[in-house]
Design a protein around this ligand. Structure first.
Ligand code: NAG
Ligand code: NAG
Ligand code: NAG
Ligand code: NAG
Ligand code: NAG
Ligand code: NAG
Ligand code: NAG
Ligand code: NAG
Ligand code: NAG
Length: 395
Protein backbone atom coordinates (compact mmCIF):
# COMPACT_ATOMS: atom_id res chain seq x y z
CA UNK A 1 0.00 0.00 0.00
CA UNK A 2 0.98 3.58 -0.55
CA UNK A 3 2.46 5.74 2.11
CA UNK A 4 -0.17 6.49 4.74
CA UNK A 5 0.81 10.13 4.86
CA UNK A 6 -0.38 10.39 1.32
CA UNK A 7 -3.61 8.67 2.21
CA UNK A 8 -4.25 10.82 5.24
CA UNK A 9 -2.90 14.33 4.74
CA UNK A 10 -5.22 15.78 7.37
CA UNK A 11 -3.45 13.78 10.01
CA UNK A 12 -0.13 15.54 9.31
CA UNK A 13 -1.83 18.82 9.89
CA UNK A 14 -3.24 17.53 13.14
CA UNK A 15 0.25 16.72 14.47
CA UNK A 16 1.48 20.18 13.53
CA UNK A 17 -1.28 21.76 15.57
CA UNK A 18 -0.24 19.73 18.58
CA UNK A 19 3.31 20.98 18.30
CA UNK A 20 2.17 24.54 18.62
CA UNK A 21 0.23 23.63 21.73
CA UNK A 22 3.22 21.96 23.29
CA UNK A 23 5.51 24.87 22.70
CA UNK A 24 3.06 27.41 23.97
CA UNK A 25 2.59 25.54 27.21
CA UNK A 26 5.91 26.27 29.04
CA UNK A 27 5.67 30.02 28.42
CA UNK A 28 2.20 30.14 29.81
CA UNK A 29 2.89 28.05 32.87
CA UNK A 30 6.05 29.94 33.86
CA UNK A 31 4.08 33.13 34.34
CA UNK A 32 0.79 31.69 35.57
CA UNK A 33 2.00 28.47 37.23
CA UNK A 34 -0.63 26.40 35.49
CA UNK A 35 -1.02 22.72 36.11
CA UNK A 36 -3.53 20.35 34.68
CA UNK A 37 -7.18 20.73 35.32
CA UNK A 38 -8.29 18.86 38.44
CA UNK A 39 -11.11 17.00 36.65
CA UNK A 40 -8.61 15.81 34.04
CA UNK A 41 -6.24 14.71 36.78
CA UNK A 42 -9.00 12.70 38.46
CA UNK A 43 -10.00 11.09 35.17
CA UNK A 44 -6.44 10.04 34.37
CA UNK A 45 -5.82 8.73 37.88
CA UNK A 46 -8.97 6.62 37.70
CA UNK A 47 -7.97 5.35 34.27
CA UNK A 48 -4.52 4.43 35.56
CA UNK A 49 -5.90 2.75 38.67
CA UNK A 50 -8.21 0.66 36.50
CA UNK A 51 -5.28 -0.92 34.70
CA UNK A 52 -3.45 -4.02 35.82
CA UNK A 53 0.14 -3.20 36.50
CA UNK A 54 2.31 -2.64 33.52
CA UNK A 55 4.46 -5.52 32.34
CA UNK A 56 7.49 -3.71 33.76
CA UNK A 57 5.73 -3.28 37.09
CA UNK A 58 4.74 0.38 37.14
CA UNK A 59 1.59 2.26 36.22
CA UNK A 60 1.64 4.39 33.10
CA UNK A 61 2.65 7.43 35.13
CA UNK A 62 5.71 6.28 36.99
CA UNK A 63 6.24 9.64 38.63
CA UNK A 64 2.86 10.72 39.96
CA UNK A 65 2.58 14.45 40.06
CA UNK A 66 -0.21 16.91 40.31
CA UNK A 67 0.64 18.17 36.87
CA UNK A 68 -0.73 15.40 34.69
CA UNK A 69 0.37 17.38 31.64
CA UNK A 70 3.89 16.15 32.28
CA UNK A 71 2.92 12.48 32.37
CA UNK A 72 4.18 10.40 29.47
CA UNK A 73 1.85 10.42 26.51
CA UNK A 74 -0.36 13.21 27.88
CA UNK A 75 -0.70 16.35 25.80
CA UNK A 76 -2.32 19.48 27.10
CA UNK A 77 -3.42 22.69 25.52
CA UNK A 78 -3.97 26.08 27.04
CA UNK A 79 -7.56 27.17 27.13
CA UNK A 80 -8.54 30.76 27.85
CA UNK A 81 -11.93 31.58 29.22
CA UNK A 82 -12.81 35.23 28.80
CA UNK A 83 -14.99 36.39 31.61
CA UNK A 84 -16.36 39.19 29.48
CA UNK A 85 -15.92 39.66 25.78
CA UNK A 86 -14.45 43.18 26.12
CA UNK A 87 -11.89 42.47 28.80
CA UNK A 88 -8.91 40.42 27.72
CA UNK A 89 -7.13 41.07 31.05
CA UNK A 90 -9.46 39.14 33.27
CA UNK A 91 -9.09 35.75 31.66
CA UNK A 92 -9.05 32.40 33.34
CA UNK A 93 -6.50 30.15 31.74
CA UNK A 94 -6.30 26.45 32.25
CA UNK A 95 -4.41 23.52 30.83
CA UNK A 96 -6.67 20.78 29.54
CA UNK A 97 -5.76 17.31 28.36
CA UNK A 98 -6.37 17.17 24.62
CA UNK A 99 -4.28 14.17 23.63
CA UNK A 100 -3.46 10.78 25.07
CA UNK A 101 -0.90 8.76 23.14
CA UNK A 102 -0.33 5.55 25.05
CA UNK A 103 0.36 3.27 22.10
CA UNK A 104 2.71 0.36 22.72
CA UNK A 105 2.99 1.11 26.45
CA UNK A 106 2.34 -2.50 27.49
CA UNK A 107 -0.90 -1.45 29.17
CA UNK A 108 -2.97 -4.34 30.48
CA UNK A 109 -6.44 -4.45 31.89
CA UNK A 110 -9.83 -2.86 31.46
CA UNK A 111 -10.60 0.51 29.97
CA UNK A 112 -12.11 2.65 32.69
CA UNK A 113 -15.16 4.73 31.86
CA UNK A 114 -13.48 7.57 33.74
CA UNK A 115 -11.72 8.52 30.50
CA UNK A 116 -14.97 10.19 29.51
CA UNK A 117 -14.04 12.86 32.06
CA UNK A 118 -11.40 14.17 29.65
CA UNK A 119 -13.99 16.25 27.90
CA UNK A 120 -11.51 18.18 25.77
CA UNK A 121 -9.82 15.06 24.45
CA UNK A 122 -9.40 15.01 20.69
CA UNK A 123 -6.67 12.39 20.23
CA UNK A 124 -6.69 8.93 21.82
CA UNK A 125 -4.21 6.29 20.75
CA UNK A 126 -4.31 3.11 22.83
CA UNK A 127 -3.11 0.84 20.04
CA UNK A 128 -0.77 -2.12 20.49
CA UNK A 129 -1.50 -2.78 24.16
CA UNK A 130 -3.20 -5.64 25.97
CA UNK A 131 -6.40 -3.88 26.94
CA UNK A 132 -9.41 -6.17 27.19
CA UNK A 133 -13.08 -6.19 27.97
CA UNK A 134 -15.68 -4.00 26.36
CA UNK A 135 -15.17 -0.41 25.33
CA UNK A 136 -17.21 1.58 27.85
CA UNK A 137 -20.07 3.45 26.13
CA UNK A 138 -18.99 6.58 27.99
CA UNK A 139 -15.96 6.78 25.71
CA UNK A 140 -18.34 7.82 22.96
CA UNK A 141 -19.39 10.85 24.93
CA UNK A 142 -16.06 12.47 24.03
CA UNK A 143 -17.55 14.62 21.34
CA UNK A 144 -14.28 16.31 20.46
CA UNK A 145 -12.50 13.10 19.52
CA UNK A 146 -10.84 13.36 16.12
CA UNK A 147 -8.58 10.33 16.36
CA UNK A 148 -9.57 7.08 18.08
CA UNK A 149 -7.05 4.28 17.62
CA UNK A 150 -7.81 1.04 19.51
CA UNK A 151 -5.95 -1.16 17.03
CA UNK A 152 -4.31 -4.39 18.29
CA UNK A 153 -5.74 -4.97 21.75
CA UNK A 154 -8.03 -7.63 23.12
CA UNK A 155 -11.29 -5.67 23.17
CA UNK A 156 -14.46 -7.74 23.01
CA UNK A 157 -18.17 -7.11 22.72
CA UNK A 158 -19.79 -4.85 20.18
CA UNK A 159 -18.98 -1.30 19.26
CA UNK A 160 -22.31 0.14 20.31
CA UNK A 161 -24.33 2.91 18.74
CA UNK A 162 -22.40 5.67 20.48
CA UNK A 163 -20.13 6.32 17.50
CA UNK A 164 -22.88 8.53 16.14
CA UNK A 165 -21.90 11.04 18.83
CA UNK A 166 -18.37 11.43 17.54
CA UNK A 167 -19.09 13.97 14.85
CA UNK A 168 -15.52 15.34 14.78
CA UNK A 169 -13.95 11.94 14.18
CA UNK A 170 -11.59 11.71 11.22
CA UNK A 171 -9.72 8.52 12.10
CA UNK A 172 -11.23 5.39 13.62
CA UNK A 173 -9.25 2.18 13.91
CA UNK A 174 -10.58 -0.83 15.82
CA UNK A 175 -8.61 -3.42 13.85
CA UNK A 176 -7.11 -6.58 15.31
CA UNK A 177 -9.35 -6.95 18.34
CA UNK A 178 -12.07 -9.49 19.11
CA UNK A 179 -15.08 -7.28 18.52
CA UNK A 180 -18.26 -9.14 17.63
CA UNK A 181 -21.78 -8.25 16.53
CA UNK A 182 -22.74 -5.70 13.91
CA UNK A 183 -20.76 -2.68 12.86
CA UNK A 184 -23.28 -0.08 14.05
CA UNK A 185 -25.20 1.73 11.36
CA UNK A 186 -24.33 5.01 13.07
CA UNK A 187 -22.06 6.82 10.65
CA UNK A 188 -24.59 9.37 9.37
CA UNK A 189 -23.18 12.32 11.25
CA UNK A 190 -19.52 11.47 10.78
CA UNK A 191 -18.95 13.92 7.98
CA UNK A 192 -15.24 14.27 8.69
CA UNK A 193 -14.36 10.59 8.81
CA UNK A 194 -11.38 9.91 6.53
CA UNK A 195 -10.24 6.52 7.68
CA UNK A 196 -12.18 3.59 9.14
CA UNK A 197 -10.44 0.31 9.73
CA UNK A 198 -12.02 -2.70 11.44
CA UNK A 199 -9.79 -5.40 10.01
CA UNK A 200 -9.54 -8.85 11.62
CA UNK A 201 -12.34 -8.86 14.15
CA UNK A 202 -15.44 -11.04 14.21
CA UNK A 203 -17.96 -8.51 12.98
CA UNK A 204 -20.97 -9.98 11.22
CA UNK A 205 -23.99 -8.77 9.33
CA UNK A 206 -24.11 -6.03 6.73
CA UNK A 207 -21.69 -3.30 5.94
CA UNK A 208 -23.56 -0.32 7.42
CA UNK A 209 -25.19 1.74 4.75
CA UNK A 210 -24.62 4.93 6.72
CA UNK A 211 -20.95 4.76 5.68
CA UNK A 212 -22.20 6.06 2.34
CA UNK A 213 -22.64 9.47 3.91
CA UNK A 214 -18.99 9.79 5.02
CA UNK A 215 -18.02 11.74 1.96
CA UNK A 216 -14.47 12.44 3.16
CA UNK A 217 -13.64 8.75 3.45
CA UNK A 218 -10.24 7.83 1.99
CA UNK A 219 -9.70 4.43 3.55
CA UNK A 220 -12.34 1.80 4.30
CA UNK A 221 -11.03 -1.51 5.56
CA UNK A 222 -13.36 -3.97 7.29
CA UNK A 223 -11.47 -6.94 5.79
CA UNK A 224 -11.17 -10.37 7.43
CA UNK A 225 -14.47 -10.37 9.29
CA UNK A 226 -17.69 -12.30 8.71
CA UNK A 227 -19.65 -9.55 7.00
CA UNK A 228 -22.27 -10.79 4.57
CA UNK A 229 -25.05 -9.75 2.26
CA UNK A 230 -24.72 -7.43 -0.68
CA UNK A 231 -22.16 -4.66 -0.71
CA UNK A 232 -24.94 -2.11 -0.73
CA UNK A 233 -23.01 1.02 -0.02
CA UNK A 234 -23.81 3.91 -2.30
CA UNK A 235 -20.33 4.82 -3.47
CA UNK A 236 -21.60 7.81 -5.42
CA UNK A 237 -20.48 10.32 -2.84
CA UNK A 238 -17.31 8.50 -1.78
CA UNK A 239 -15.24 10.26 -4.39
CA UNK A 240 -12.13 10.50 -2.20
CA UNK A 241 -11.86 6.79 -1.52
CA UNK A 242 -8.26 5.61 -2.11
CA UNK A 243 -8.24 2.22 -0.39
CA UNK A 244 -11.23 -0.12 -0.32
CA UNK A 245 -10.51 -3.46 1.28
CA UNK A 246 -13.54 -5.72 1.69
CA UNK A 247 -11.53 -8.92 1.28
CA UNK A 248 -12.00 -12.11 3.31
CA UNK A 249 -15.64 -11.70 4.27
CA UNK A 250 -18.83 -13.42 3.10
CA UNK A 251 -20.17 -10.70 0.81
CA UNK A 252 -22.42 -11.96 -1.94
CA UNK A 253 -24.19 -10.44 -4.89
CA UNK A 254 -22.59 -8.27 -7.53
CA UNK A 255 -19.77 -5.76 -7.46
CA UNK A 256 -21.67 -2.47 -7.00
CA UNK A 257 -21.88 -0.32 -10.11
CA UNK A 258 -21.59 2.88 -8.08
CA UNK A 259 -17.90 2.04 -7.50
CA UNK A 260 -17.30 3.90 -10.73
CA UNK A 261 -17.62 7.12 -8.73
CA UNK A 262 -14.49 6.33 -6.78
CA UNK A 263 -12.11 7.98 -9.15
CA UNK A 264 -9.29 8.22 -6.66
CA UNK A 265 -9.29 4.48 -5.92
CA UNK A 266 -5.82 2.97 -5.85
CA UNK A 267 -6.32 -0.27 -4.00
CA UNK A 268 -9.41 -2.42 -4.51
CA UNK A 269 -9.54 -5.70 -2.66
CA UNK A 270 -12.67 -7.82 -3.00
CA UNK A 271 -10.85 -11.12 -2.72
CA UNK A 272 -12.20 -14.18 -0.89
CA UNK A 273 -15.90 -13.39 -0.86
CA UNK A 274 -18.89 -14.96 -2.62
CA UNK A 275 -19.33 -12.28 -5.25
CA UNK A 276 -20.71 -13.36 -8.57
CA UNK A 277 -21.96 -11.95 -11.80
CA UNK A 278 -20.09 -9.90 -14.35
CA UNK A 279 -17.50 -7.32 -13.65
CA UNK A 280 -19.46 -4.06 -13.81
CA UNK A 281 -18.59 -1.76 -16.67
CA UNK A 282 -17.40 0.79 -14.23
CA UNK A 283 -13.91 0.31 -13.07
CA UNK A 284 -12.23 2.08 -15.95
CA UNK A 285 -11.40 5.03 -13.83
CA UNK A 286 -8.55 3.90 -11.63
CA UNK A 287 -5.80 6.45 -11.50
CA UNK A 288 -2.34 5.96 -10.03
CA UNK A 289 -0.79 2.49 -9.85
CA UNK A 290 -3.87 0.69 -8.62
CA UNK A 291 -3.93 -2.84 -7.43
CA UNK A 292 -7.06 -4.89 -8.00
CA UNK A 293 -7.53 -8.13 -6.13
CA UNK A 294 -10.70 -10.01 -6.92
CA UNK A 295 -9.52 -13.56 -6.55
CA UNK A 296 -11.52 -16.34 -4.91
CA UNK A 297 -15.02 -15.24 -5.83
CA UNK A 298 -17.40 -16.66 -8.38
CA UNK A 299 -17.26 -13.95 -10.97
CA UNK A 300 -18.25 -14.87 -14.48
CA UNK A 301 -17.61 -13.67 -18.01
CA UNK A 302 -13.89 -13.13 -18.26
CA UNK A 303 -14.32 -11.28 -21.57
CA UNK A 304 -16.36 -8.55 -19.95
CA UNK A 305 -13.96 -8.35 -17.02
CA UNK A 306 -10.92 -7.92 -19.24
CA UNK A 307 -12.70 -5.48 -21.56
CA UNK A 308 -13.65 -3.37 -18.55
CA UNK A 309 -10.34 -3.47 -16.80
CA UNK A 310 -8.24 -2.87 -19.90
CA UNK A 311 -9.44 0.70 -19.72
CA UNK A 312 -7.82 1.17 -16.31
CA UNK A 313 -4.80 2.88 -17.73
CA UNK A 314 -2.68 2.68 -14.63
CA UNK A 315 -3.69 -0.76 -13.44
CA UNK A 316 -0.46 -2.55 -12.48
CA UNK A 317 -1.54 -5.71 -10.67
CA UNK A 318 -4.71 -7.64 -11.46
CA UNK A 319 -5.48 -10.82 -9.59
CA UNK A 320 -8.48 -12.76 -10.81
CA UNK A 321 -7.52 -16.21 -9.57
CA UNK A 322 -10.36 -18.65 -8.91
CA UNK A 323 -13.08 -17.01 -10.96
CA UNK A 324 -14.51 -17.53 -14.46
CA UNK A 325 -14.12 -21.25 -14.10
CA UNK A 326 -13.57 -23.02 -17.42
CA UNK A 327 -14.37 -20.01 -19.59
CA UNK A 328 -12.63 -19.15 -22.83
CA UNK A 329 -10.47 -16.08 -23.20
CA UNK A 330 -11.59 -13.60 -25.87
CA UNK A 331 -10.09 -14.73 -29.16
CA UNK A 332 -9.32 -11.19 -30.20
CA UNK A 333 -6.77 -10.96 -27.38
CA UNK A 334 -6.37 -8.29 -24.77
CA UNK A 335 -5.89 -4.67 -25.64
CA UNK A 336 -5.21 -1.75 -23.34
CA UNK A 337 -3.66 -2.54 -19.98
CA UNK A 338 -0.95 0.00 -20.63
CA UNK A 339 0.62 -0.30 -17.19
CA UNK A 340 -0.20 -3.87 -16.31
CA UNK A 341 2.72 -5.74 -14.85
CA UNK A 342 1.00 -8.81 -13.53
CA UNK A 343 -2.18 -10.57 -14.49
CA UNK A 344 -2.78 -13.53 -12.25
CA UNK A 345 -5.49 -15.90 -13.43
CA UNK A 346 -4.43 -19.06 -11.66
CA UNK A 347 -6.96 -21.85 -11.02
CA UNK A 348 -9.46 -20.44 -13.47
CA UNK A 349 -9.04 -23.31 -15.97
CA UNK A 350 -9.32 -20.75 -18.73
CA UNK A 351 -8.89 -21.83 -22.30
CA UNK A 352 -7.70 -19.88 -25.29
CA UNK A 353 -4.39 -18.77 -23.88
CA UNK A 354 -2.51 -19.54 -27.07
CA UNK A 355 -4.37 -16.88 -28.97
CA UNK A 356 -3.71 -14.41 -26.19
CA UNK A 357 0.00 -14.37 -25.64
CA UNK A 358 2.87 -15.67 -27.68
CA UNK A 359 4.77 -16.98 -24.70
CA UNK A 360 2.68 -18.00 -21.77
CA UNK A 361 4.98 -16.80 -19.06
CA UNK A 362 7.14 -13.76 -18.54
CA UNK A 363 6.22 -12.08 -21.75
CA UNK A 364 8.42 -9.05 -21.59
CA UNK A 365 6.00 -6.70 -23.20
CA UNK A 366 2.86 -6.06 -21.22
CA UNK A 367 1.59 -7.80 -19.31
CA UNK A 368 4.98 -8.77 -18.00
CA UNK A 369 3.65 -11.81 -16.23
CA UNK A 370 0.67 -13.91 -17.06
CA UNK A 371 0.42 -16.61 -14.49
CA UNK A 372 -2.31 -18.89 -15.69
CA UNK A 373 -1.51 -22.32 -14.45
CA UNK A 374 0.06 -21.87 -11.08
CA UNK A 375 -0.94 -24.37 -8.53
CA UNK A 376 -2.31 -21.86 -6.05
CA UNK A 377 -1.69 -24.09 -3.08
CA UNK A 378 2.02 -24.25 -3.75
CA UNK A 379 2.71 -20.80 -5.02
CA UNK A 380 3.11 -17.43 -3.46
CA UNK A 381 2.51 -14.24 -5.31
CA UNK A 382 3.98 -11.15 -3.70
CA UNK A 383 3.75 -7.56 -4.69
CA UNK A 384 4.90 -4.40 -3.04
CA UNK A 385 4.82 -0.76 -4.03
CA UNK A 386 8.11 -1.27 -5.85
CA UNK A 387 6.46 -4.32 -7.35
CA UNK A 388 7.76 -7.80 -7.78
CA UNK A 389 6.07 -11.08 -8.52
CA UNK A 390 7.72 -14.23 -7.34
CA UNK A 391 5.91 -17.10 -8.97
CA UNK A 392 6.01 -20.50 -7.40
CA UNK A 393 6.43 -23.64 -9.45
CA UNK A 394 4.96 -23.14 -12.87
CA UNK A 395 3.68 -26.25 -14.51
C1 NAG B 1 2.97 26.79 41.65
O1 NAG B 1 2.17 25.68 42.05
C2 NAG B 1 2.75 24.88 43.05
C3 NAG B 1 1.86 23.67 43.32
O2 NAG B 1 0.73 23.69 42.55
C4 NAG B 1 2.96 25.71 44.34
O3 NAG B 1 3.58 24.92 45.33
C5 NAG B 1 3.83 26.91 44.03
O4 NAG B 1 3.94 27.73 45.16
C6 NAG B 1 3.23 27.70 42.87
N1 NAG B 1 4.14 28.78 42.51
C7 NAG B 1 3.73 30.03 42.29
C8 NAG B 1 4.78 31.00 41.90
O5 NAG B 1 2.55 30.34 42.37
C1 NAG C 1 -5.35 45.44 30.29
O1 NAG C 1 -4.07 45.59 30.90
C2 NAG C 1 -3.23 46.56 30.31
C3 NAG C 1 -1.89 46.55 31.03
O2 NAG C 1 -1.56 45.26 31.45
C4 NAG C 1 -3.89 47.91 30.40
O3 NAG C 1 -3.07 48.89 29.76
C5 NAG C 1 -5.25 47.89 29.77
O4 NAG C 1 -5.92 49.13 29.98
C6 NAG C 1 -6.10 46.80 30.38
N1 NAG C 1 -7.36 46.73 29.67
C7 NAG C 1 -8.54 46.59 30.27
C8 NAG C 1 -9.75 46.53 29.41
O5 NAG C 1 -8.62 46.54 31.49
C1 NAG D 1 -11.94 32.05 37.09
O1 NAG D 1 -12.67 30.83 37.32
C2 NAG D 1 -13.07 30.68 38.68
C3 NAG D 1 -13.72 29.31 38.83
O2 NAG D 1 -14.21 28.83 37.62
C4 NAG D 1 -14.00 31.83 39.05
O3 NAG D 1 -14.38 31.71 40.41
C5 NAG D 1 -13.28 33.15 38.84
O4 NAG D 1 -14.16 34.24 39.08
C6 NAG D 1 -12.78 33.27 37.41
N1 NAG D 1 -12.00 34.50 37.26
C7 NAG D 1 -12.11 35.28 36.21
C8 NAG D 1 -11.18 36.47 36.20
O5 NAG D 1 -12.89 35.08 35.31
C1 NAG E 1 -0.90 5.12 17.24
O1 NAG E 1 0.37 4.68 17.64
C2 NAG E 1 0.95 3.71 16.82
C3 NAG E 1 2.25 3.24 17.47
O2 NAG E 1 3.05 4.31 17.78
C4 NAG E 1 1.19 4.31 15.46
O3 NAG E 1 1.74 3.36 14.58
C5 NAG E 1 -0.14 4.78 14.90
O4 NAG E 1 0.06 5.43 13.67
C6 NAG E 1 -0.80 5.74 15.88
N1 NAG E 1 -2.13 6.07 15.39
C7 NAG E 1 -2.45 7.31 15.06
C8 NAG E 1 -3.83 7.49 14.53
O5 NAG E 1 -1.68 8.24 15.15
C1 NAG F 1 -24.23 10.71 23.12
O1 NAG F 1 -23.59 11.42 24.19
C2 NAG F 1 -24.46 11.81 25.24
C3 NAG F 1 -23.67 12.55 26.28
O2 NAG F 1 -22.83 13.49 25.72
C4 NAG F 1 -25.15 10.62 25.85
O3 NAG F 1 -26.08 11.03 26.79
C5 NAG F 1 -25.86 9.84 24.77
O4 NAG F 1 -26.39 8.67 25.32
C6 NAG F 1 -24.88 9.48 23.67
N1 NAG F 1 -25.55 8.78 22.60
C7 NAG F 1 -25.30 7.51 22.34
C8 NAG F 1 -26.04 6.92 21.20
O5 NAG F 1 -24.49 6.87 22.99
C1 NAG G 1 -8.11 -12.85 10.33
O1 NAG G 1 -8.72 -12.68 11.60
C2 NAG G 1 -8.47 -13.75 12.50
C3 NAG G 1 -9.21 -13.44 13.78
O2 NAG G 1 -10.53 -13.10 13.52
C4 NAG G 1 -6.99 -13.88 12.77
O3 NAG G 1 -6.76 -14.97 13.61
C5 NAG G 1 -6.24 -14.05 11.47
O4 NAG G 1 -4.85 -14.02 11.71
C6 NAG G 1 -6.60 -12.93 10.51
N1 NAG G 1 -5.97 -13.17 9.23
C7 NAG G 1 -5.16 -12.26 8.69
C8 NAG G 1 -4.59 -12.66 7.37
O5 NAG G 1 -4.90 -11.20 9.20
C1 NAG H 1 -26.62 7.40 -4.22
O1 NAG H 1 -26.31 8.69 -3.79
C2 NAG H 1 -26.56 9.70 -4.77
C3 NAG H 1 -26.13 11.03 -4.20
O2 NAG H 1 -25.08 10.93 -3.32
C4 NAG H 1 -28.02 9.71 -5.14
O3 NAG H 1 -28.23 10.66 -6.16
C5 NAG H 1 -28.44 8.34 -5.62
O4 NAG H 1 -29.84 8.33 -5.85
C6 NAG H 1 -28.09 7.29 -4.60
N1 NAG H 1 -28.38 5.97 -5.15
C7 NAG H 1 -29.07 5.07 -4.48
C8 NAG H 1 -29.28 3.76 -5.17
O5 NAG H 1 -29.51 5.28 -3.37
C1 NAG I 1 -2.05 7.49 -14.78
O1 NAG I 1 -1.01 8.03 -14.01
C2 NAG I 1 -0.48 9.24 -14.50
C3 NAG I 1 0.68 9.65 -13.62
O2 NAG I 1 1.55 8.59 -13.45
C4 NAG I 1 -1.55 10.30 -14.50
O3 NAG I 1 -1.05 11.52 -15.04
C5 NAG I 1 -2.71 9.83 -15.36
O4 NAG I 1 -3.76 10.74 -15.25
C6 NAG I 1 -3.21 8.47 -14.88
N1 NAG I 1 -4.20 7.96 -15.80
C7 NAG I 1 -5.46 7.80 -15.49
C8 NAG I 1 -6.38 7.28 -16.54
O5 NAG I 1 -5.87 8.06 -14.37
C1 NAG J 1 -20.23 -12.27 -21.71
O1 NAG J 1 -21.00 -11.09 -21.83
C2 NAG J 1 -21.13 -10.64 -23.16
C3 NAG J 1 -21.79 -9.28 -23.14
O2 NAG J 1 -22.83 -9.22 -22.18
C4 NAG J 1 -21.94 -11.67 -23.94
O3 NAG J 1 -22.06 -11.27 -25.28
C5 NAG J 1 -21.21 -13.00 -23.89
O4 NAG J 1 -21.97 -14.01 -24.50
C6 NAG J 1 -20.92 -13.40 -22.44
N1 NAG J 1 -20.07 -14.55 -22.43
C7 NAG J 1 -20.29 -15.58 -21.63
C8 NAG J 1 -19.30 -16.70 -21.73
O5 NAG J 1 -21.25 -15.63 -20.87
Amino acid sequence: MKDLWQVLPMYTLFCAVFFIFLYSQPCASSSKNLSCNSDDLRALEAFSNGLDSRIDGGKFHDAPAANCCSWPGVRCALFSVFSSPSSINSTNQSLRVVGLDLASMALKGLLSNSLSGLDQLSFLNLSHNSLRGTVPPELFHLRRLEVLDLNSNGFTGDLGQGISNLTSLSYLDVSFNQFTGFIPDSFHGLQRLESFSAESNSFEGRLPNSLSSCSMLRLLNPSNNSLDGNIDLNFTSLVHLVVLNLGSNHFSGHIPKSLSSCRALQVLNLASNNLHGKFPKVLGTFTLSPICQCQKNSLSNVSVALQTLQECQNLTVLILTMNFYGEELPNNGIQGFHSLQALVVAVCALTGFDSLVVSKYQRVEFPRFVLESLDWRHSIVYWEPGFSVLPGPVK
